[in-house]
Every structure is written in structure tokens, then in C-alpha cells.
Design a protein around this ligand. Structure first.
Ligand code: ADP
Length: 241
């Protein structure tokens, strides 16, 4: 939603309007195993974002025509609650939700060992209860932890984080105002053990140099989130992160 409003001075004396340094994440808190009815779950707070993720499966794949003979499919579904934004959001699924669900499914299929469960589906429901920009990254980060909590075999867990540009400066993890009126937003998700990029989007404009800077910053943000994800799982199951 980068609108590119150059009238707003987003950075004053090296600090952003919310007091963060350009390369600083909003505060992140992750808890695994928070829902009794799901096979695996996660609650994540990231700045003012609040997201639940619940996993069911592996279960029989419906509709049947989506079944794959040699592997499971990951059916991720991202939704925002009507009360998650300032003006009540119309309930239900819209184009944006379906885009985010699709890219999340694609990313998760890179790490879930889908070949172990032919014809099955693994359902991942992500519910944003408060949204303040960066919710696709927050939802994917929570979904990975919920999958691990469900005991689904995975090659790694996926952290996701965005970087962007405001007032001609590349910054980590845009908040709502920065996302709305800034110049660019670059959400990234990686597989930390291999460095594979499983999600990369760009809204707005960046020069090649700025792109490289934003990519490096988002990558570093992902690695910081990876530590927090592993600590959340270690906290629930014991062991070290
Ligand atoms: P992301 O949340 O991944 O940054 P967007 O860039 O599409 O995704 O959205 C940025 C922010 O805009 C969201 O986090 C949310 O706060 C707000 N937003 C998105 N969709 C709506 C909507 N339908 N109504 C009101 N606010 C919305």
C-alpha cells in the first residue's frame, strides 16, 4: 500500500516516529500451543499486530480434485477479523486474503515434508485479530510455529519479515503509518538452513542499491525472528532454542 507521501518526515534525528532505529524490529512475542482444538497452534504479537494460527492434519484432502497422488497439499487460509482494522472490515474472504493464502501455502509447501502424506491435506488457518501492517509476515511466521507444534515433519521453520523505504531511507519492519504513506514495502520469507527465498514481494519503488539494502535488512530480520520462533518451541517442549 506504499503511497509515497514525501510530505511526511518519517525519520527525525535518526529515529522513526515510533522511536525505533531504522534497522530495529517492532517487539515480537510468540507462544506455541495456545488452542486446545487444533492439532498445533501459535499466537503471535508483533508490534500492534495480533495473529492466531491453527493447524489441522494431515487430513483427507477436500475437494477431492485437489488431491495429489504423490504428496500432501498445504491449504493455508489467511483471514482478517472485522474488528482487526480501524474501519470495520467486511467479514469474509476477499482478493487480498486469497492472494496471501496462496503465497503462504506455496511458501509452507517448501518446508513441510509433503511427500510423506500422499493425497492428504494439511490445513493452516491464520486469523489476524489486530492489523497494523506486516500481517502477511506475521501470519506466515505464526503458521510455521503452529505446524511445528502440530508435529508435522518439516525441513525447517520459516520466518518472514519486511523491509521498506520511508523518507528516502531503507528501514526494517514498516509500521502502519510507514506502510500507508511510505515509498516501498518488501516482504521476505526464507528457509534459514538453506538461505532459500520462499516469498518475496515488492510494493512501491526501490533502486537496485536500495533493493539490496532492503533485502539484506529483511533477511537479518528473518534470522532474528527465527530465534524467537525456536525459543517459543523450546519454551513449550523443552530443549534449547
Ligand atoms: P500487510 O498486512 O502484509 O502489510 P498490506 O500491505 O496489504 O498487507 O496491508 C497493510 C495494512 O493495511 C494491514 O496490515 C492492515 O492494517 C491494513 N489493511 C489491509 N486491508 C485492510 C482493509 N480491508 N481495511 C482496512 N485496513 C486494511
Amino acid at each position: 500500500m506504499a503511497g509515497g507521501n514525501s510530505d511526511i518526515e518519517f525519520i527525525k534525528k535518526g529515529k522513526r516516529l515510533d522511536g525505533r532505529k531504522p534497522d530495529e524490529l517492532r517487539e515480537v512475542r510468540i507462544e506455541a500451543g495456545v488452542l486446545n482444538r487444533a492439532d498445533g497452534s501459535c499466537y503471535l504479537e508483533w508490534g500492534n499486530n495480533k495473529v492466531y494460527a491453527g493447524v489441522f492434519g494431515p487430513i483427507e484432502c477436500h475437494p477431492r480434485h485437489k488431491q495429489q497422488q504423490d504428496r500432501a497439499i498445504v491449504q493455508a487460509r489467511y483471514t482478517m477479523a472485522p474488528f482487526s482494522v480501524n474501519d470495520r472490515k467486511r467479514p469474509g474472504y476477499d482478493r487480498r486474503s486469497s492472494e496471501i493464502s496462496y503465497i503462504t501455502s506455496q511458501a509452507l509447501e517448501r518446508v513441510v515434508m509433503v511427500e510423506l502424506f500422499p493425497r492428504a491435506a494439511i490445513r493452516v488457518d491464520m486469523q489476524v485479530v489486530e492489523a497494523h501492517a506486516g500481517t502477511r509476515c506475521a501470519a506466515l511466521t505464526a503458521a510455521s510455529v503452529a505446524l511445528a507444534d502440530a508435529g508435522i515433519p518439516m525441513r525447517d521453520i520459516i520466518p518472514s519479515c519486511a523491509a521498506g523505504k520511508v523518507s528516502d531511507t531503507v528501514v526494517l519492519d514498516l509500521n502502519k503509518e510507514e506502510d500507508n504513506y511510505g515509498q516501498a514495502d518488501l516482504p521476505l520469507a526464507i528457509v534459514p538452513s538453506t538461505g532459500e527465498v520462499v516469498l518475496l514481494q515488492l510494493d512501491g519503488h526501490l533502486t537496485p542499491d536500495e533493493f539490496e539494502q532492503a533485502f539484506d535488512l529483511a533477511y537479518k530480520g528473518c534470522m532474528d525472528l527465527y530465534d524467537i520462533q525456536r525459543a517459543a518451541l523450546a519454551n513449550r517442549y523443552g530443549g534449547s532454542a
